[in-house]
Design a protein around this ligand. Structure first.
Ligand code: TYM
Length: 340
């Protein structure tokens, strides 16, 4: 028997991030860190989702700068344009086109059930349709590239379930077209809480630490972090299991040091301020290479532009084929059917 010499096709993965400036710790631990390591083994597509960002309002003059800053974060952490497609969503209009087509197979009830929709809707007196339809665009992002897997943080699980439902419904109605995409969620990371220790770390809540922040800035942010509320005096024994600062330590130090912090906190050998100082220093050390690379790219905007331009060209080539196929299946290529 002869062995096949053809290389095995690599699984395609897609993921996206909203541009609200530089990435934060939650983005890094929940998503970016994994994206970087996946570049070895997968066919990777990483997208800055500015069409999504407009659903939350915001100043249009700032959006292009947020896109640029996020692109710098992507490159700084080690996303590599030689190995991955890196691009901006609004450069590939097929995303919004496919989202419209998916409207035809998505029940409104499914959209109304989304937790993120219910949370966001509370902030509006008159809810923009884009907030409701947001997960359809997300499904379009993923399925436009027929991505087989999507690495995301825990908070995106429900949206990925909807993506799978949309793919199933489309396939059942119009014939086998899309894969049933697998969510890749790191259970060990889960949902990173913000410095308030209550809500998910999120730019809109102002409870973040930026991954490109200078050490002073990291300290200024981390020192505001909420710790165990029952530890009022320095001499009170701490409870690491309820302290968000402790849970952040887990991501920035080895098991031995972590056990030592745990012990010292319980024995009141270490105070909260000292504990936060260690955390801030470890974050600053871990992210030092990112700051250096970010400085390089910030000084070379043309290089960043070229990366995004080239990424968009490669993305468009794939997206155009999918849209052609979908249009044909949905009866939207009338010319082909009507003979002279
Ligand atoms: P976004 O921009 O809020 O977040 C980008 C990625 O970072 C992860 N993340 C977190 N993980 C753990 N703890 C946190 N506090 C935290 N905050 C953010 C998110 O899980 C995500 O992986 N709807 C998406 C963007 C999107 C998308 C897509 C993702 C649009 N199209 C297609 C995947 C595939 C969002 O708002 O992510």
């Amino acid at each position: 028997m002869t062995e096949s010499t053809a290389p095995a096709r690599r699984k395609r993965v897609f993921s996206g991030m909203q541009p609200s400036g530089e990435a934060h710790l939650g983005n890094y631990l929940g998503a970016l860190r994994r994206w970087v390591s996946m570049q070895e083994d997968y066919d990777c597509i990483w997208c800055i989702v500015d069409d999504h960002a407009i659903t939350s309002g915001g100043d249009p003059r700032k959006l292009p700068h947020h896109v640029f800053d996020l692109a710098v974060s992507f490159l700084a952490v080690g996303l590599d344009p030689e190995r991955s497609i890196i691009f901006v969503q609004s450069d590939v209009h097929e995303h919004t086109e496919l989202a419209w087509l998916f409207n035809a197979v998505t029940p409104v009830g499914d959209l109304e059930r989304m937790t993120q929709y219910k949370d966001k809707a509370q902030r509006f007196e008159s809810i923009p349709a884009g907030i409701l339809n947001y997960p359809i665009l997300q499904a379009a992002d993923i399925l436009l590239y027929k991505a087989e897997a999507v690495p995301v943080g825990e908070d995106q699980r429900q949206h990925l379930e909807l993506t799978r439902d949309i793919a199933r419904r489309f396939n059942a109605t119009y014939g086998e077209t899309f894969p049933i995409t697998e969510p890749l969620i790191d259970e060990k990371v889960g949902r990173i809480l913000g410095l308030d220790g209550e809500a998910k770390m999120s730019k809109s809540l102002g409870n973040t630490v930026g991954i490109l922040a200078e050490p002073d800035e990291i300290w200024a942010r981390v020192r505001t972090a909420v710790t165990d509320p029952q530890r009022v005096r320095r001499t009170d024994p701490g409870r690491p299991e309820v302290c968000n600062v402790f849970s952040l330590h887990k991501h920035f130090t080895d098991a031995e040091t972590l056990a030592e912090i745990d012990r010292k906190c319980r024995a009141a050998e270490i105070g909260c301020v000292e504990c936060k100082r260690i955390l801030a220093d470890n974050i600053a050390d871990n992210f030092a290479p990112f700051r250096d690379r970010a400085a390089y790219y910030k000084a070379r905007p043309k290089e960043v532009r070229d990366v995004l331009e080239h990424g968009a060209q490669r993305a468009r080539a794939i997206a155009a084929d999918t849209i052609d196929e979908v249009r044909a299946k949905m009866g939207l290529r009338w010319r082909d059917a009507i003979s002279d």
